[in-house]
Design a binder for this molecule. Structure first.
Ligand code: GLU
Length: 307
């Protein structure tokens, strides 16, 4: 069986050095291992999506030297596969409609959740009864999360045991915008596109547990193998963002920086000593075991090294 991976950018802005490192490492693992690469545009992520950003991202990936074998597939092109999965979850009683707002859920939570992206939905808030029928309605639906932790092995972080119930509780699988939530969309797509290798940023490590719960609830398999790469952060310890300077690849490109220089920096962040190299050369040199397991800090010196 051929291994299959995907590059799955969200068109929420342009590609920065952090995203680029993940895509380059994913591509390198695939090219060195003979995996097929699918390109998928994840454009269902609500208000943050800027549809016009997708073509810029693809162009930047090509400029860097990356290619793919199939796609781009665009999630918003056809919502029916996600609806079908949602109908199944609803009919099996694995998900329920929820009209509570974030503020109402926060008010019910016992402890404040500072900095958490999503609020934990505690089991006490579950409705007593609901109709097990998914209408393509403008309502949030949540997946019923059991108590048992989810065990899986990550190729970088090793054996994991994640309690989705403690971290997030009953999470949203369908949104009131009438679109699947990220967790459901990713599982439906990874399954129907035959993805066996999921390689992405470590910010999604605990999402893997939610995704595995959905694989199992939907009776889908085989489950993919997960490889989460440590993030690139700013000197303040936060995820790379605008306030750390303009680290968009488009910005460097406009300044005349050559892609080999950018790949050289991304390579150094993967434990490869190089000043300049092509994406192909990177793929030959890349070893997952050499990638530091701690976040990489993007410094002013890194920025200067590109010129
Ligand atoms: N679209 C997501 C992102 O750009 C990646 C999701 C995934 O790889 O599962 O962060």
């Amino acid at each position: 069986m051929t291994a299959i991976t995907r590059l799955a950018p969200s068109p929420t802005g342009s590609l920065h050095l952090g995203n680029a490192r993940t895509f380059l490492a994913n591509w390198a693992l695939a090219r060195a291992g003979g995996w097929k690469i699918i390109l998928r545009i994840e454009d269902l992520d609500g208000p943050r999506v800027k549809p016009e950003a997708a073509s810029g991202i693809l162009e930047t990936l090509r400029w860097l030297g990356l290619d793919w074998d199939e796609g781009p597939f665009v999630q918003s092109d056809d919502l029916e596969p996600y609806r079908a999965a949602m109908r199944r979850l609803a009919e099996d009683g694995r998900a329920f409609p929820c009209a509570l707002t974030r503020t109402q859920i926060e008010a019910a939570a016992s402890a404040p959740q500072e900095g958490a992206h999503d609020v934990r939905y505690p089991p006490e808030l579950r409705p007593k009864a609901w109709e097990r029928r998914f209408e393509d309605a403008a309502a949030n639906w949540r997946f019923l999360v059991g108590e048992a932790p989810v065990a899986f092995t990550d190729a970088v972080y090793g054996p994991q045991s994640v309690s989705a119930s403690a971290i997030i509780g009953d999470f949203v699988v369908w949104t009131k915008r009438g679109t699947p939530a990220y967790q459901l969309a990713v599982v439906v797509d990874d399954h129907r596109q035959g993805v066996t290798e999921v390689v992405r940023g470590a910010d999604l490590l605990d999402s893997a547990a939610r995704q595995l719960l959905l694989y199992r609830a939907l009776g889908l398999g085989p489950e993919p193998r997960y490889t989460h790469l440590p993030l690139v952060i700013g000197p303040d310890g936060k995820r790379l963002a605008k306030r750390h300077g303009d680290s968009r690849l488009e910005h460097y490109r406009e300044k005349g920086v050559r892609p080999e220089r950018v790949v050289g920096l991304l390579a150094r962040w993967c434990g490869i000593e190089a000043k300049e190299l092509s994406a192909r050369e990177f793929a030959e040199a890349f070893e997952l075991a050499k990638v530091p397991k701690t976040p990489v800090v993007f410094t002013a010196a890194d920025d200067e090294s590109l010129y």
